[in-house]
Design a protein around this ligand. Structure first.
Ligand code: TYD
Ligand code: MG
Length: 491
């Protein structure tokens, strides 16, 4: 009896010393024992042991001595809550401001994810260099000071003009810190008092509160939590660069995305020069905004008029090529959609869509086959959205359907014609939102006719106001069904 008790005490003591837990590296699920399959995300073999014991030594975290006193909040009526407009810092980069919902919010924590080599470090360093009035601290755990300096020189004249990059003499400017320990970073932050902090990348940081290796789930979570506390308490915006895994998820626990205020995704085809910055989550604005950049030899250039780059310059109409008026976030954009329909060489026809959902393509093909009688079942169909961008707006259905038929029938779509309409399963052309913005953009770019749904005329938006067609110079063709479109186009 006696022995047992002492044994018990002994084990519990050793347990306390090196407390370990198992974390799913895919979703961050925590378990006291190893599991083969994650009960949360159903992935196999994702559990890794991590030491999670907190070191009780007084290591400074972000102002650990000024610990917030436990205060409890009382419920208040919504009408009684007063609030001030959140302060926003405008950057010189208009695309960036728009994606963030109108500038950087004070005290916000923003996560930027993207594949390696897509340009995350370039984007953030460029931003840091272009804000000479602000003190920006660029913390890099991935590159040396020299490498960053070389990149800065390459980026802008600003980089070379400020030869004191990294020195602490000037008032504003970009300061570079190569450090991976959060405790040391906070020490430097307390001295420098920056207006903005960039962390490149969150997976390289480690906190001495946790014993597991940098990049592990518990480290990433702890470091983010410390930075979150810092951002909120000091009202300093913090940008975190995050790696993504091979299936496009931000590496580390999903919980990371819940902790931050905003998640931005920097994406693009590495073989194309265009890069897209997309808000995936935004507590301070719309999550459907999009910023477009062009990767040049000397950094990223904002593309403020995307329609111009997304439309190829040609002199004559081609088969299988149409223009659709889409909307990304609040911005209207004209994009080129291409289709190639050819006789299949094999028994099973190939269906490939680039930049567009394959399931939706199959639906369009089924509608064209069933409702319009086109024999597409034995054909290979390839769809492509030019410029390497991905479109989810259903308003490109009509343009894609027209492109498919144009290629199938070998008849070109008349020049300077564009489309904006969603296709229903019975072949009806459905109304799309913000039609007036789309029409106006098409007119601005010199299009002569646009096909839209007739249901768009009845009401536009919530306020049910009628569209005044006479306001536009562009010819507006209203259609109710896909057959109508084809008889108007191909006679
Ligand atoms: P980088 O910002 O290092 O990517 P990430 O941090 O997302 O891994 O971008 C590296 C790529 O960008 C590299 O392939 C070279 C290219 N690049 C340019 O084309 N022009 C430039 O001015 C810079 C700095 C990089
Ligand atoms: Mg990088």
């Amino acid at each position: 009896m006696h022995i047992r008790t002492s044994k018990k005490i002994c084990t519990s003591k050793t347990m306390a010393k090196s407390k370990v837990a198992y974390f799913c590296q895919s979703c961050g699920f925590e378990s006291p024992k190893w599991l083969g399959k994650c009960p949360s995300c159903q992935q196999w073999n994702t559990f890794v042991e991590e030491v999670i014991e907190k070191v009780n030594v007084a290591v400074p975290t972000w102002k650990s001595n000024s610990t917030t006193t436990q205060r409890s909040n009382k419920p208040v009526q919504v009408s009684e809550i007063t609030f001030d407009e959140e302060q926003r810092m405008l950057t010189p980069d208009k695309e960036f401001n728009r994606v963030l919902g109108g500038g950087i919010v004070a005290g916000s924590l923003v996560l930027i994810g993207g594949e390696p080599g897509i340009g995350k470090s370039t984007l953030m360093l460029q931003l840091a260099l272009n804000m000479p009035n602000l003190k920006v601290l660029y913390v890099s755990g991935e590159e040396s000071e020299r490498q960053i300096k070389m990149r800065a020189e390459r980026l802008t004249e600003v980089g070379s003009r400020r030869s004191e990059v990294g020195s602490q003499k000037s008032e504003g400017g970009c300061f570079v810190l190569t450090e991976t320990s959060t405790q040391n970073i906070f020490k430097q932050i307390e001295q420098l008092e920056p207006d903005l902090v960039v962390i490149d990348s969150i997976q390289t940081l480690y906190s001495s509160h946790i014993e597991s290796t940098p990049g592990s789930v518990s480290q990433v979570r702890e470091c983010t939590a410390e930075l979150l506390r810092f951002a909120k308490e000091s009202s300093t915006p913090v940008f975190l660069i995050g790696h993504i895994t091979k299936d496009g998820m931000i590496a580390g626990p999903k919980i990371l995305e819940h902790m931050v205020d905003t998640v931005l995704q920097f994406e693009g085809d590495r073989h194309h020069v265009y890069r897209i910055l997309r808000a995936v989550k935004n507590r301070f604005g719309s999550a459907s905004e999009l910023g477009i950049y062009e990767m040049m030899g000397e950094g990223l250039r904002e593309v403020s008029n995307p329609s111009e780059i997304l439309l190829s310059q040609r002199d004559e109409p081609l088969n299988g090529v149409t223009i659709s008026a889409t909307l990304e976030g609040m911005r209207p954009m004209l994009i080129e959609t291409q289709a190639l329909v050819s006789t299949s060489a094999y028994g099973t026809p190939q269906r490939t869509a680039t930049g567009f959902d394959t399931r939706r393509m199959n639906m369009l093909l089924a509608v064209l086959e069933k409702r319009c009688g086109f024999r597409l079942g034995a054909k290979d169909v390839f769809l492509n959205i030019t410029g390497g961008i991905r479109v989810e707006d259903p308003a490109i259905d009509l343009g894609l359907a027209a492109a498919i038929i144009s290629s199938h029938e070998d008849m070109p779509i008349p020049f300077k014609t564009c489309f904006a309409g969603e296709l229903g399963l019975s072949g009806e052309v459905r109304a799309v939102n913000r039609i007036e913005q789309r029409i106006a953009e098409a007119q601005k770019l010199g299009f002569e006719q646009i096909f839209i749904s007739k249901y768009n005329l009845a009401s536009s938006g919530k306020d049910k106001k009628h569209i005044d067609l006479s306001r536009y110079k562009i010819e507006i063709k209203t259609v109710g069904s896909i057959e109508e479109v084809f008889s108007m186009l191909f006679g």
